[in-house]
Write a protein that binds this ligand. Structure first.
Ligand code: PEP
Length: 251
């Protein structure tokens, strides 16, 4: 039984006081209630430790990246290792977000190494994949995500230590979303690829999130699609009314 995961990616947003307020608001919403879904917030690295130090109950806290090196520390200016992220109190780490793949040239091999580092450090890796607009238009979307799954998911991945986030690049921050039929097609293909890579037992339990312009108004429909096990939310995770509006569609 796959519990849905409602995850917020704050990206490079929020100074200290607003960020802590937003985190506090999410934690209050989660409260001590037995929610029928899991919640995760991924603040920028600057706030990760401060957010993780707040009482947060069962709410997960994630980084948006980890260093590529397998070393826990050393001469890697600007990098933060997965071990350091875990030490701050985080539970998850996003790796391979399309903004990192595009702006920082991260390849599947880099993403796989980062995912492996996160898992080895005791974090759950949230591995992002997704096709560009040109790839979708040329009918290549399924090939692209299959290649990304094969290249980015490490052999040590299990349903407990790994989550996949399918985020079509053209849907991120644009207000555009794929049809539910297209989402179903890709998520089913991703599950099939995971089955080939990791075996049916692991693949059938692994969560596959959809991400890209999820809002309170479209969340119910998108999250009802077969093989969609939650959402990775960017812009709408920065306002508690929107973030929780999405979560509440699952109550
Ligand atoms: C994201 O960047 O992970 C994302 C899904 O962004 P948005 O919800 O703003 O499209």
């Amino acid at each position: 039984m796959r519990r849905k995961l409602i995850a917020g990616n704050w990206k490079m947003n929020e100074l200290k006081s607003e960020g802590l307020q937003l985190a506090q608001a999410v934690f209050e919403k989660c409260g001590n209630r037995n929610l029928p879904f899991d919640v995760l917030i991924c603040p920028p690295m600057s706030l990760l430790g401060l957010v993780a130090d707040l009482p947060h109950g069962a709410c997960g806290i994630g980084s948006q990246d980890v260093a590529e090196t397998t070393k826990a520390s050393g001469a890697f200016t600007g990098d933060v290792s997965a071990v350091m992220v875990k030490d701050l109190g985080a539970t998850h780490a996003i790796v391979g977000h399309s903004e990192r793949r595009t702006m920082h040239g991260e390849t599947d091999a880099v993403v796989r190494q980062k995912a492996e580092n996160a898992i080895q450090a005791g974090l759950t890796a949230v591995i992002c994949i997704g096709e560009t607009e040109a790839e979708r238009e040329s009918g290549d979307a399924l090939n692209v995500v299959s290649r990304q799954i094969k290249g980015s998911v490490p052999a040590i991945a299990t349903a407990e230590n790994c989550v996949i986030a399918y985020e079509p690049v053209w849907a991120i921050g644009t207000g555009k979303t794929p049809t539910t039929a297209d989402v179903a097609e890709v998520h089913t293909a991703v599950r099939a690829e995971l089955q080939k890579l990791l075996g049916a037992e692991i693949a059938d339990e692994m969560r596959i999130l959809y991400g890209g312009s999820v809002k309170p108004g479209n969340a119910k429909e998108l999250l009802a699609v077969e093989n969609v096990d939650g959402a990775l939310i960017g812009g709408a995770s920065l306002k508690i009314a929107d973030f929780w509006g999405i979560a509440e569609t699952q109550l």
